[in-house]
Design a protein around this ligand. Structure first.
Ligand code: NAD
Ligand code: IPM
Ligand code: MN
Length: 368
């Protein structure tokens, strides 16, 4: 029986996690599987009360879980970075969750702000490198607080770290293509046996060391995937094209920092922050993977019961994929699709007036 560690965290985190867990309970009953839940009290409140961010003993307990489900961390009363680095990034790094998988898929019935585009055009997956780059915390100050201050923050890119991320992206493009060839390929490309595409998103024209390594690793890795088309976009042009022609993307592989930024844009393409799910994956399964909405603790709406729980619910579906319960994850996605297609209930971010709990209940009611 799998053990799922739950970190509600801050702000809307516990509000959306509650709905995610209710959907999990329902789907488990319908699919006939069992699981144990272990709640972890982490986040701003604990820190403000005790000074503890993430004690080592808690890391040990989290490590014993089969998967983790996290709401969000980040608290208006705590300096930026303490909880984000101390909890989220520490777990991503210590548990070798080197892939951050962020699907960008527009469900029918959801409005996208992108004119003239629909579910056929907005269906890509961002494979964000999750253990390196500017996120490692390499850097420091000299002469802090003086006019001569220097602040350095270094982007770390290792050949092994980059390559495993790229391989994951190519494998994913291959499995997506086998299910359904990427529709953006031309007839001629399909004739040549191409099935999918990986777009490397980087900035080789400026980051001529780090992204030179990325490009070389990309070109070499691509040779092992003759059925996958290699594509490259500078990150600035990528942002433009995600808006103008989202259909030109299938799988995107990118760095930690760029992946963070373009997936908030991706969230908007698919209807907003309330809909975007993610998984921090340890593909080698040497430690638990962690599933969470892309959004943060949303302090501006926290405590009102109006956060959209769908991103969290779809993160539970990704968690169940990871636990190799595809029947359960697909059942959740179908239920979410039904609620979204019906156009109601909708939380205020989608233009409705429903509460978080109404949407969670509607998803549970939509189970077949
Ligand atoms: P945010 O994602 O929390 O909020 C951005 C905007 O999206 C806000 O207007 C918010 O109301 C809206 N939004 C977010 N989730 C929503 C939902 N489920 N339903 C409806 N609307 C939603 O980003 P932010 O404001 O930049 O960050 C707030 C805090 O969260 C910060 O402390 C930040 O560090 C942290 N953060 C944490 C995570 C995480 O834990 N994974 C991710 C991003 C930000
Ligand atoms: C995300 C968040 C985190 C990130 C922060 C809170 C550390 O923005 O999951 O996208 O930058 O990765
Ligand atoms: Mn982010």
């Amino acid at each position: 029986m799998p053990t799922i560690g739950v970190i509600g965290g801050d702000g809307v985190g516990p509000e959306v996690v509650r709905e995610g867990l209710a959907v999990l309970a329902d789907v488990a009953e319908r699919e006939g599987f069992r699981y144990d839940l272990v709640p972890f009290d982490l986040g701003g409140e604990r820190y403000l009360k005790t000074g503890e961010v993430l004690p080592d003993k808690v890391v040990d307990d989290l490590r014993r879980c089969d998967a983790l489900f996290l709401g969000a961390v980040g608290h208006p009363g705590v300096a930026p970075g303490i909880l984000e680095k101390g909890i989220l990034l520490r777990l991503r790094f210590e548990f070798h969750q080197y892939i951050n998988l962020r699907p960008v898929r527009l469900y029918p019935g959801v409005e996208t702000p992108i004119k003239g585009k629909g579910p056929d055009e907005i269906d890509m997956v961002v494979v964000r490198e999750n253990n390196e780059d500017l996120y490692v915390g390499a850097g420091g100050f000299t002469r802090k607080g003086t006019a001569e201050e220097v602040a350095i923050q270094t982007s770390i890119n290792t050949r092994a770290g980059v390559e495993r991320c790229l391989r994951y992206a190519f494998d994913l493009a291959r499995s997506r293509g086998r299910d359904r060839p990427y529709p953006g390929l031309t007839e001629e490309e399909r004739g040549r046996g191409l099935l999918g595409q990986v777009t490397l998103v980087a900035k080789t024209n400026v980051l001529t060391f780090a992204h030179d390594l990325w490009m070389r690793a990309f070109t070499e890795t691509a040779r092992d995937y003759p059925e996958i088309k290699s594509d490259y976009q500078h990150v600035d042009a990528c942002c433009m094209r995600m808006v103008v022609s989202p259909e030109r993307f299938d799988v995107i592989a990118t760095t930690n920092m760029f992946g963070d930024i373009i997936t908030d844009l991706g969230a908007v393409l698919q209807g907003g922050m309330g809909l975007a799910a993610s998984g921090n994956l340890n593909p080698a399964r040497t430690a638990p993977s962690m599933f969470e909405p892309v959004h943060g603790s949303a302090p501006d709406i926290a405590g009102k019961g109006i956060a959209n729980p769908i991103a969290a619910i779809l993160s539970v579906a990704m968690l169940l994929d990871h636990l190799e319960l595809p029947g359960a994850s697909e059942r959740i996605r179908r239920a979410v699709a039904r609620v979204l297609a019906a156009g109601a209930p909708k939380t205020p971010d989608l233009g409705g007036r429903a509460k978080t709990a109404d949407v969670g209940q509607a998803v549970r009611n939509a189970f077949e």
